[in-house]
Design a protein around this ligand. Sequence first.
Ligand SMILES: Nc1ncnc2c1ncn2[C@@H]1O[C@H](COP(=O)(O)OP(=O)(O)OP(=O)(O)O)[C@@H](O)[C@H]1O
Length: 425
Amino acid sequence: MRQLQELISFLETQPDPQIVMDADYRIVAANAAYRRHYGQGEVVGKTCYAVSHGYDKPCDQCGESCPLAASRASGEPARVLHLHHTPHGEEHVDVLLTPVRDARGRITHFVERMQVVREASSLPAQRGLVGKSPAFNRMLELIRRVAPSNTTALLLGESGTGKELVAQAIHEHSPRRDGPFVVVECSGLTETLFESELFGYEKGAFTGANQRKIGLVEAAAGGTLFLDEVGDIPLSLQVKLLRLLETGTFRRVGGVETLRADFRLVAATHRELKAMVERGAFRTDLYYRLSVFPIGLPPLRERREDILLLAETLAARLAPERKPTLSAGFRERLLAHDFPGNVRELRNIMERALLMADGDTLLPEHLPPEVGAQPPAPVVEEIVPLATAELRYLQWALAHHDGDRKSLARKLGISERTLYRKLAG
Ligand SMILES: Nc1ncnc2c1ncn2[C@@H]1O[C@H](COP(=O)(O)OP(=O)(O)OP(=O)(O)O)[C@@H](O)[C@H]1O
């Protein structure tokens, strides 16, 4: 008991919101930072899943990962990224759970530290990454883990999935955030261009080189170098990149001086690099240099819960002086579309709709005809077991429902618990 009191008094002055829980998920104390940030009345005596999620049972029984269950099982700290209900709305929170042991080594309590995630927003925001779907959250967790290090990150995703935005988020949350963020567009670079763009050149290196020019590698000193479409670099040039990465040095074209590079590398491609390696189209050694920490960016069709959030965000970004609203029919059509061009396609659709609309309400007729014209049936026309049909319908309803699971359950006329159970299959 004394030990618990000491722990609580220590946590009181810590800068991050922290709570102490017993092994039954019940909150026994919340520190000043927690009360300041979340200020949602007394939480002591309530369970963490009720306070942070509005659930009536632990997260892992509601389709989410539960750090307390993980920590209790392993005896180790556990870290996850969750979406918490807060007085400010739904917020991404990085949760670290640490077990506390008594003198005999038995776990008696858990301390949960919460850090607000600034790499992305679950509400429309003026800039940066926006999303709240499970697939987006899994990606965000990886971004949070790699950003503070100097490790090379490799972003893998279809065109328009937000690779450049993710690279920027990694840079902005790294120790190099005050340094430059330099983008190298690798596709279409010829041999001579590649070298002079990347490494710069000395005066007189070639006709037209009237003065020394520093390259992008040098410009990125102290910051992050983002190699976009790294899979498009021809084999003949890959060796030059490899040399730079292996030695950490380079020479300007026409120069003799060996210069030391000082950048953190983030690379991206929409290509299947692994398959390219197998085909002999991409160097194996370069592949292993690049794929230290791969991050998969989900296509928009695999994060449908984010479509309307992104649409609202992009509309507000594209027309800050207007207050665009999305009519029900417009939303419906967006939700029925597959977005082969991902977020970039959605952005183009929104830009067009804003031009087509005379008022501030976006209507279905402001969409190109091919967008969501044929809403897919929630249940395909084949005979399937009732339980399968029900599951498909619920998944469809989840993707098309603009709100949380609680309000969906209400609309469906079932309890939230039943909804989770049925979705778990
Ligand atoms: N999660 C997101 N939140 C907000 N905007 C996004 C998000 N993802 C992408 N976007 C927007 O979508 C557009 C395309 O993103 P971006 O250019 O980063 O994609 P990309 O994967 O680098 O595309 P490409 O491979 O074609 O270069 C940009 O306008 C970007 O701001």
